[in-house]
Design a binder for this molecule. Sequence first.
Ligand SMILES: Cc1ncc(C[n+]2csc(CCOP(=O)(O)OP(=O)(O)O)c2C)c(N)n1
Ligand code: SF4
Length: 282
Amino acid sequence: MVSVNDFNGRVKPDWCPACGNFAQLSAIKSVLSDLGVESHNTAVISGIGCSSNLPEFIKAYGFHGLHGRLLPVASAVKWANPKLTVIAYGGDGDGFFEGTQHFFHTAKRNVDITYIVSDNQVFGLTTGQASPTAEIGFVSKSTPDGNIERPINPLAFALAAGATYVARGFSGDPKHLSELIKGAIQHKGFSFVDVFSPCVTFNKINTYDYFRKKVYKYEPEDPSNYESAYKKVLEAGEKLPIGVFYVSNQKRYEEMDPVWSAGPIIDQAIHVVTEEDLEEFL
Ligand SMILES: Cc1ncc(C[n+]2csc(CCOP(=O)(O)OP(=O)(O)O)c2C)c(N)n1
Ligand code: SF4
């Protein structure tokens, strides 16, 4: 039996009280325990940001990497030891600004990891600059006259790149969020969950109340229908759908790469490189 408390980290979260990240941390811990995944079979990989501090707060293998560089690390961890459940977790700045190209290519490769983005539409850790998902007109330290750039749509981006599980949740609805994360972890392939996650300190626009008025639950008739998923994720304005938009079973990178014929690194004998090896190589 695995319990939620098995995932309690030694460090208590230092996020601001009521930060949306708390609901995601609880959801991840409860889903892992529900699925019977043990902490020593879990790896949580992050970049830099308030959200990216999460590996400190969960008992599992963890890697707190460079800003935006979490996905190559998460891919490598999965490829080295496919027995691990690998969760990449970070902010919208981390994932859709500094890490954009990694997001695109990891989705395209269909690496079997789960990527959860705490999308608070602001750079939290650096005390409030507009992020790639900030709305037009958003006033922040970097946009004192209001943001003039159009926000990106992370779900459309994920679908365009080839993600095979695409969902969006809300930190204010932890039960629903847990269902989405559970589906993502169970999915075989690249699963992406974008989470509306209020930053209560630096974003006074996209608050819990703002999202409570806007979000509604969506369940597609046929989650494998790419065209209808694409149409749905473009829905914006007064109402915003949350739920699983798209699920598709495609071959994973690790099933296709011939290098895998020898099995994952963890199952291979350790070979110490000798001087002769080096000479031959040179
Ligand atoms: C390459 C690089 N550029 C910029 C920074 C500075 N920096 C640290 S965190 C951060 C933004 C964090 O925002 P986000 O990823 O949305 O996470 P949040 O803090 O909101 O959870 C930035 C710009 C950095 N550490 N490395
Ligand atoms: S600054 Fe914002 S994102 Fe960072 S811990 Fe506080 S509420 Fe959360």
